[in-house]
Design a binder for this molecule. Structure first.
Ligand SMILES: N[C@@H](CCC(=O)N[C@@H](CS)C(=O)NCC(=O)O)C(=O)O
Length: 209
């Protein structure tokens, strides 16, 4: 299997998920500016959509879109899924919210063109994080077990820190729990990213807040 990724992009969610499961996945970096992969291929010839994540399965089948990639991982490796009669539905519901409401709301911040649009985006993301915080069962979204949805939310929280968006206390706890996971540290290290804060310090900050 091969995961096409860009450092710190939303593809980090699938990367973390694979590290959590502990199965070997080939990683190939994509330069989103030039559209070239690290091996010098045109990324559009692999994924015509031109964006990451792009996952190539063992048989060469391509899977794109965070929701589909993360759902595929959870289906294949249920340890990162959600058990119970409505488990799959609740997981997809959360992945869809993260993708279409939270992730999408960051767009103006990455575009960085208009201050007013960026300010509106900050407010919108913060509001959407609040809703997730209210529903978070702690320490992860669905309780004590980490799922692919936590991997995706984690990336959204890293972006929130980067753009100065206030993270609600319940999600600071989640962020701290994720940062402390060796799989998260490995994935971030492999992408050349700095792990935000030392283990446990985010939880402590949330406790005193
Ligand atoms: N709908 C896609 C969006 C993925 C996406 O926005 N990827 C960004 C990185 S986080 C990207 O590759 N952007 C480059 C581009 O769109 O050209 C998904 O959910 O997988």
């Amino acid at each position: 299997m091969k995961l096409y990724y860009a450092p710190g992009a939303c593809s980090l969610a699938a990367h973390i998920a694979f590290e959590e499961i502990g199965i070997p996945v080939e990683l190939e970096r994509v330069d989103l500016e030039t559209g070239q992969t690290a091996l010098g291929e045109k990324f559009a010839s692999i994924n015509p959509k031109g964006y990451v994540p792009a996952l190539v399965l063992h048989d060469g089948t391509l899977v794109t879109e965070n929701i589909a990639v993360l759902d595929w991982i959870a289906d294949e490796y249920p340890v990162l899924g959600l058990a119970g009669p409505l488990g799959r539905t609740r997981l997809i519901e959360t992945l869809a919210y993260l993708s279409t409401e939270v992730h999408k709301s960051f767009k103006p911040l990455f575009a960085g063109k208009y201050d007013e649009e960026m300010a509106r985006a900050r407010v919108l993301v913060a509001r959407r994080l609040e809703l997730l915080a209210e529903r978070t069962q702690g320490p992860y979204l669905f309780g004590v077990h980490v799922s692919v949805a936590d991997c995706y939310l984690f990336v959204m929280l890293l972006w929130s820190k980067r753009f100065g968006i206030a993270i609600p206390p319940a999600l600071l706890v989640l962020l701290g729990s994720m940062v402390a996971r060796p799989a998260v540290q490995r994935a971030m290290g492999q992408e050349g990213l700095r792990v935000p804060l030392a283990e446990g310090s985010l939880q402590k900050r949330a406790e005193v807040a």
